[in-house]
Ligand binder design. Structure first.
Ligand code: ADP
Length: 251
């Protein structure tokens, strides 16, 4: 068993999650890359291992399924030890006029983006309480604060995550566990480019970059850097916070 602290990154196979997994591994955590997609999870673990750091892939895990989450966390515990860092990043997006959002789409979005973090937090908090040390970082979205047309299901799930963050921070602070949320703004990932192609952004990535005070879209590494800081020892007095990483643009 490793001496390193173990970190679970959900949706670690792609985009923001991939960058977070790389960064936490470089910081010295043993990283469990958990993803629905087994191939990308494996690939990210290969990259991390090649860089000389420690990671293990847990693919084919659907965060919206409590049984799969519990089984994966137990397996991670056996392989890497107690889970002391959790980054809830796995998510699905959607773009639909509100009056046309189906029950199935609504339920699926809430299940992955909000129930997933609920199941994962319940699964790992006993480890954190026992260690009297833990860090949970929930990746929300800047749209959770400002709203976004045609994305009411996605935005509702991400706003719910902010509520969960604040509530858990109050409940588990006495156990040495901090819980924060990062609502990224525009981050240049394959998902963003796909949204641009499908006309979901209300303008091109370049136009959004011009409207951003720092004049560029975010990079996955920007989110990873903030996550890394929140997981450090010295960030222990930061909890229940919404840490915007958005180039100065809040909506
Ligand atoms: P972003 O651009 O926000 O990083 P991506 O689509 O690139 O978004 O990454 C989201 C990640 O979450 C993907 O790796 C995807 O496979 C993963 N994911 C999506 N749904 C689930 C799920 N139900 N369980 C686990 N992982 C999921």
């Amino acid at each position: 068993m490793t001496e390193r602290k173990t970190a679970v990154v959900t949706g670690g196979g792609s985009g923001i999650g991939r960058a977070v997994a790389h960064r936490l591994a470089a910081d010295g955590f043993a990283v469990a890359v958990l993803d629905l997609n087994a191939d990308t999870a494996k690939q990210v673990v290969e990259e991390i291992t090649e860089a000389g750091n420690e990671a293990v892939a847990f693919g084919d895990v659907d965060v919206s399924d409590r049984g799969q989450v519990n089984a994966a966390i137990e397996s991670i515990r056996q392989t890497l030890g107690p889970v002391l860092v959790l980054v809830n990043n796995a998510g699905v997006t959607g773009f639909r006029e509100f009056l046309k959002i189906s029950d199935a789409s609504w339920n699926k979005t809430l299940a992955v983006n909000l129930s997933g973090p609920f199941y994962l937090s319940q699964a790992v908090l006993p480890d954190m309480i026992a260690a009297h040390w833990g860090r949970i970082v929930n990746i929300s979205s800047s749209s959770a604060q400002g709203g976004q047309q045609y994305m009411a299901h996605y935005v509702s799930s991400k706003a719910g995550l902010i509520g969960m963050t604040k509530s858990l921070a109050l409940e588990f602070g006495e156990h040495g566990v901090t819980v924060n949320t990062i609502p990224p703004g525009f981050v240049d990932t394959p998902m963003l480019r796909e949204s641009e192609r499908r006309g979901m952004l209300g303008g091109s990535v370049d136009i959004h970059a011009e409207r951003t005070p720092v004049r560029r879209p975010g990079k996955p590494e920007d989110i990873a850097a903030a996550t890394s800081f929140l997981c450090r020892e010295e960030a222990g007095y930061i909890t229940g916070q919404i840490i915007g990483v958005n180039g100065g643009r809040n909506t």
